[in-house]
Write a protein that binds this ligand. Sequence first.
Ligand code: SF4
Length: 365
Amino acid sequence: MIDPWSSAVVDYEKLIEQFGIKPFSDMIDDIDDPHMLMKRGIIFGQRDYGRIVKAIREGSDFAVVSGMMPSGKMHIGHKMIVDQLVWYQAKGADIYIPIADMESYSAREVDFEDSRKLAVEEYITNYIALGLDFNKKNVHTYLQSENKLVGDLAYVLGRRVNLNEMKAIYGFGGSTNISHLYVPLMQVADILHPQLEECGGPKPTVVPVGPDQDPHIRLTRDIAERFKSKFNFIAPSSTYHRFITGLTGDKMSSSKPKTAIFLSDSPEVAEKKIKSAKTGGRESLAEQKEMGGVPEDCSVYEMLLYHLVKSDDELKEIYHDCKNGAVMCGECKARASSMMRAFFEDISKSRKDAMDVAEKVLMDK
Ligand code: SF4
């Protein structure tokens, strides 16, 4: 069982085996101009992604749904989702961004007003700063608690889901609060509502997620099937990305500040955090020269791989230099930290401009 509200690290191979997720590499050759995260295997799994590839190829309608749960600060690991949305926007997708204030309230006890504030000042601001254009007509952002179409759909869909099923999927027990019990249905409705007639009718829809969110995807696909005759839903597709390792070697988490670089950190702080991050270096310089480093076990290398180095050739060179002991961690960290500083100088400026736009995103709804 995977719990979407815990921070347990997931075994990716097991997930592929046990839950029938297909390797993303099966698809990669069919995608024109795949995203860097796809090419590098960071997006590692998919369900029914062929439908999305076809829609992109043919220029036909498709939707992307990616919710945000405003419960803490955004860290650099969250950037992966925004990078994907920017890519999908360029490919012509209708983008739906539910703000999961109901989930935030029931699972984290965040008040609705605080959720809204956090969504605007932290999440939407960062999404804009990272390149998502909210002024385009095809971006639909809403608070779960205010979207009647989604709320009504959740209620209708709930008729064919029972308590035992929710317990089996999510491990809900006697102490689970009733609001929390209802939250997965809201998420199912978030994912399926772009296919309602009010939103243009049935269309391929993709949900890019971390593997911890797979229970929602499986439930949604099952429910889509149960309501096929009523709504003609197409079961949603999904992609799965690896989590970025935290600076300490554990999972990066907003609730553990030592593991994370926050998008609101200053360039100086971000640079400093890279300098003190855990690497895959050896005990001594002599050993590292002889045996090489272990980039697969290095949080600095992950930053380069996921975010900082756009050129595949440059990345390969860094990898080989590390493996061959041609570069030492001090030099490598210095390079990565100055790249991180430059990235944060840009994003700090963009965030200032983004704040004004972010204020208006929910007002216009
Ligand atoms: Fe990581 Fe660079 Fe050290 Fe290799 S040389 S282990 S990539 S910091």
